[in-house]
Design a protein around this ligand. Structure first.
Ligand code: NDP
Ligand code: GDR
Length: 363
């Protein structure tokens, strides 16, 4: 029998990058997993289709429910009927740049959505039994106050997304103190994978590198090449989420690699993975800078498009995961070059229309 047989988890955002890896982890451990899925005119379950089984199958362990973080009565109905032991609140409008275009919706979904979830737990009478994980973020650190950033670093959010997530962070702390609930904020630094949404910079780069290698695209347009991020692998980070909810008392934890790299370095490594060397030309750090193929300088691989600049940028994120290591025994286990290579390799296979044997990803 698996170690967590009989336990019930509810995951919001199950169709997203992290939701799909977390669902795999929980099912592997023997949980029954319920996920909240938004109604969409197209199928939006591509990342979890491999986990889904016909509801009429007696062995079924994954159940999906239509719902939305902006719909309180729907959340109360789902939580009251599922009666989960653990809730992972991963659902969010998660794109920082888009939050400047949709600030009110972002506040509603990412801020008030968390309040709705917590009140739904209370309405269901589960406040003393449920363990609740909130997907908090390194974006809270925003404008640099201190490096590296840890659980004690002051917040200075720099986007409507981060401001909404800061509300979520504090409402969780308040409900923990007010009602003695088991509520945990995981302050996660960037984590990526071949399942990352294609408008986030890492996946945008790896998709473009694969398409350029296969001569299906000529040039990659990017914004700020000098932003620095602490990038880990999503598979490692969902394990940390689970570990947080296995603790007797709830707390807040940073998950990070402890290394930071520029977008520029990511670009260079991604092209190197397909044997292309990028040579930078033009004035460094300006919109005139370009990246060309060192073996054929007429081929412009990278150009700057100011459309991708943000009204306020987060220049440097570097996390200190010491607390998670000491209290949870968690560490990030995927080296940065391996992450980049895995993403490029999968995207190359996608562009070529083949699938990749996961065992061979890191040859
Ligand atoms: P994704 O964007 O891949 O997934 C977001 C998920 O939220 C999707 O399942 C999406 O559904 C769902 N969602 C969006 N709006 C709503 C809504 N109104 N109601 C219910 N569900 C909704 O994000 P990630 O998997 O990368 O991130 C998971 C969480 O962790 C997010 O909260 C994000 O803000 C946070 N985070 C992520 C980090 C990262 O580096 N990945 C770092 C720190 C925090 P649909 O598929 O239909 O769009
Ligand atoms: P981020 O991720 O904002 O850190 O939020 P993203 O990949 O979007 O940006 C990272 C950095 O790259 C710069 N950048 C570009 N970004 C995008 N998307 N597209 C571009 O063309 C481009 N060019 C340069 C950005 O300016 C930025 O500095 C992610 C999300 O997953 C959040 O939900 C999460 O909370 C944080 O990570 C931690």
């Amino acid at each position: 029998m698996s170690e967590c047989e009989g336990r019930v988890a509810l995951v919001t955002g199950i169709t997203g990058q992290d939701g799909s890896y977390l669902a795999e982890l929980l099912l592997d451990k023997g949980y029954t997993v319920h996920g909240i899925v938004r109604r969409s005119s197209c199928f939006n379950t591509g990342r979890i289709d491999h986990l889904y089984r016909d509801r009429h199958d007696t062995q079924v362990k994954l159940f999906l429910h239509y719902g939305d973080l902006c719909d309180a009565s729907n959340l109360i109905t789902i939580i009251s009927s599922v009666k989960p032991d653990e809730i992972y609140n991963l659902g969010a409008m998660s794109h920082v740049k888009v939050s400047f275009d949709m600030p009110e919706y972002t506040a509603d979904c990412d801020g008030l959505g968390v309040l709705r979830m917590l009140d739904a737990v209370r309405a269901a009478g589960l406040e003393q039994s449920v363990k609740f994980y909130q997907a908090s973020t390194s974006e809270l650190y925003g404008k640099v106050q201190e490096v590296p950033q840890s659980e004690t670093t002051p917040f200075y959010p720099r986007s409507p997304y981060a401001v909404a997530k800061q509300y979520a962070f504090w409402i969780l702390v308040n409900y923990r103190e007010a009602y003695g609930m088991h509520l945990t904020n995981g302050i996660l630094f960037n984590h990526e994978s071949p399942r990352r949404g294609r408008t986030f910079v890492t996946r945008k780069i790896t998709c473009a590198v694969a398409a350029i290698k296969e001569k299906q695209q000529k040039t990659l347009y990017l914004g700020n090449l000098d932003a620095k991020r602490d990038w880990g692998h999503a598979r490692d980070y969902v394990e940390g989420m689970w570990m947080m909810l296995q603790q007797e008392t709830s707390d807040d934890y940073v998950l990070a690699t402890g290394e930071t790299h520029t977008v520029r370095e990511f670009v260079e490594l991604a092209f190197a993975a397909v044997d292309i060397t990028v040579k930078w030309k033009g004035e460094f750090g300006t919109i005139d800078e370009i990246g060309v193929d060192a073996d054929n300088e007429d081929h412009i691989l990278v150009k700057i498009d100011p459309r991708y600049f943000r009204p306020t940028e987060v220049e440097l994120l570097l996390g200190d995961p010491t607390k998670a290591k000491e209290k949870l025994g968690w560490t990030s286990s995927t080296p940065f070059p391996d992450l980049v290579k895995e993403m490029v390799k999968e995207d190359l296979a996608m562009v070529r229309g083949t699938s990749v044997d996961p065992e061979k990803l890191l040859d």
